[in-house]
Design a protein around this ligand. Sequence first.
Ligand code: DX5
Ligand code: ZN
Length: 217
Amino acid sequence: MNHHLIAPSILSANFLDLRKDVEMLDNSEADWIHLDIMDGVFVPNISFGFPVINSLQYITDKPLDVHLMIVQPEKFVLEVARVGAYVMNVHYEACVHLHRVIEEIKKAGMKAAVTLNPHTPIALLEDILHELDMVLLMSVNPGFGGQHFIDHSIKKVSALKEMIVKKNLSTLIEVDGGINLETGKRLINAGADVLVAGNFVFSSENPIETIHRLKSL
Ligand code: DX5
Ligand code: ZN
């Protein structure tokens, strides 16, 4: 068995009964809780924001993995830290001064991660990888839960893993979008460390068991 982490995304949770779903995650083998913040500009959808994350930090012990699908994420580093994020993920495509943002995230006491859209080559990370705690590879186009897994992501994970090993780094690889038992297994074999799963967990009859299965891959 691998030592990969599972980060369920609450994007597919029941927002009318969020406390119940978060308590379920707390009682599961989930390692982190993945929070998808969308601004309707960087992605064609709007999800939830700081007041929701702020409330969640008091009802869960799980580390919060905050994925910002927003333009100018550098504006919100301190706010993301304040609402209790463990990891702050910013999109490569949204940051003009990526190195500066990464420094600020770490200075604010969070783990720093860069997210790549499906079309963004990992080669662009060559000169920043050593500064990162994690890279989040999107295996769908960001904006919605429940989309189809983009198969090319497997090759991207292997290539990124190779780059990390070659540089003798311990950067984690997280993958997000369309993950189920089949795609999850292939991603882990390719070198993924953290699997995000939204729809697959929350649309299943027994989410705790589903998380257990993902964890046991
Ligand atoms: C997509 C989000 C994902 C999404 C994953 O924009 O970043 O985290 O919730 O959901 P599934 O597992 O449903 O593809
Ligand atoms: Zn996400």
